[in-house]
Design a protein around this ligand. Sequence first.
Ligand SMILES: *Cc1c(COP(=O)(O)O)cnc(C)c1O
Length: 662
Amino acid sequence: MGKGTSNQTFTNYHDNGKLSEVACAPGSGSLTDPWKQPGSNYPYTPGLLAMDDVNKLSHLLPLKNSASATPNAGSRPDELLGKFEYELFKLQQPHDTGLSEEKRQLALSVTRRFFDRCKANFLGFPGVVSLSYSHLADFLDVEVNNVGDPFTTGSSLTQAKFMERAVLDYFAAVWKAEWPHDVRTQKADVIDSSDKQLVTALENPSSYWGFVTTMGCTEGNIYGLWSGRHYLSGEMMLVDGHLAGEYGLGRPANEDHSDGLSNGQGKSGSYFVNGDQERATLEKLSGTVLRSPTKESKSPICFYSSESHYSIRKAVVLLKIKTFHKAATKLNFPPPKGFDSWPTEVPSNEDGSINVQSLAVLVEEFAKRGYPALICFNSGTTFKGAYDDVEKAADLLLPIFNRHNLLNRSFYYTDGKGEVRQVKRHGFWVHVDGALGATHMPFLKMAQMQGVLELEPDTTIPDFDFALRGKKTQHYDYSDIEVVNSIATSGHKWIGCPFPSGVYMTKTKYQMMPREKPSYILTLDTTLSGSRSGLASVFTWDYLARHSFNDLMEKAVHCHNLATALAGKLRVLNDLVERGELHPNLSPPSLWVSRSPLSLAVVFRRPNKAIMHSYILSEEEEFRDGESRKLSHVYTMGHVTLEQIERLIHDLSQDGAFDLDK
Ligand SMILES: *Cc1c(COP(=O)(O)O)cnc(C)c1O
């Protein structure tokens, strides 16, 4: 690759077979106006450059406005550093002839130094920054693309689906799903065939299906809610084609989700749910009287707690899924018992977990009117790291669904021959957002079962996995009912992957019918994106291959114990503050220390900017009794050490540590 320092020659090929050579003068030609200087509000990265650097670097980075290029020119330090940062990373300008090697190396070494500093002090987010994957460097010289379904190789062979499948099997085992995946749904000849003999029923529709995501847990959350909406709205699932022994039923009825409250009625050759159409025939066929066929009765209503991650709120907007608040407001439902008005999200307990009693009340308001429920639980909320009690919620919810005929909903469609067919579905879908917890908790639980984790008596580690079933009660046996439909987790949080990744998992019978099988890639288009990161599978596979279950249990216990230690040390500081012996000017005199049960996040009063930056802490604000509390937290992830915690405690004990103006 030429640096453009001398005249470069370009060879052109012509379709008459002739070649011609053209010389290009360095720096000639221009696509844009001359580059502009950023304004004073340009983004700036605290800690990337220091004032010292400004002097050292000034010969390389001639600022246009040299008056502000010296530290004593009167500009604010962050403004000056921001300008230097911009100059250092600025790429080639239209009239330049390439970035100098010296500048490129300098920019890279400044970046490396910055990341090294971050690694030494990274306490504020549920991510792992200290990683060791450099032995995989040669995987960076090839594009590894797992495009399409993980269980079909397809035509694009530079892929690592063989590793992806191993990773998925691993998670299926840890999340107690049935495995391996029943690959019959993927068979190209089955999907394509007009020869009905080739269409075979699935052997194990309860086996898991999933994929490794490219866009973290967010992608899994979006896919989980999309699948839930699809299932509850009565659209075609992949498995239904097998059950009916028939493909090519045409497009599903409910393509248009522009208003989730008024989905159209089914048409011939597609699905319809409890609809007017051919109702009499259906009642005769099924031997049951269909419930009042209001248009609204099939629109799924979404419930998630106020501590849910913003990716859930975004997914709901993206997918045009109606939240209970939106639907209740639009339909003018009176507030439920115990509420003055409809809450916008399901209330959370003080520890950050979902309030299951409130959830039950809110769900019932819709269940009694025939609406199916799309419920999102957290295994580890983002700020407090709280674990929802999915099991207890299920104990309250299943009888509600039973009371309102939402355990067994019948869906009907007419197949290609005009025959009416029936499909049974639940009237609920449970998605677990386990960005952090779904990878951490199973190993903490294993450690507890092995007796190597000491917990307060009566502490139970909540289950959220695919084995979760209802219970047998006095009135009804729910023990066959599967509670969890889908789980998503991040690969870059508890495990630690150098780039965003994640896992989405459901069961084969809850797979949506994909729109098509593009002939270009020869695999079903069952995932969210087109191209998918194959490296996410390579790196996750490598991590899991290098760490035994014992290693991961040890890590889970280490993280848990560090959180316990940190909370204890902060409470000691808090006692001093409350007694007026430390930080006497704080009002109120409290550090607001809290830790939800089993959480890796310890929450406390937000310290000053210098401490926030030096430990890379995140901010949150909470309103308690009408008063704002500015908070922060530390996540005791795998790379965190006791020494770091002690250093933080030392810093928090210094004068002005909680002075937000500093
Ligand atoms: C981090 C997080 C997410 C988003 O995960 P990404 O991997 O960053 O996309 C979703 N939910 C919770 C609870 C999280 O903490």
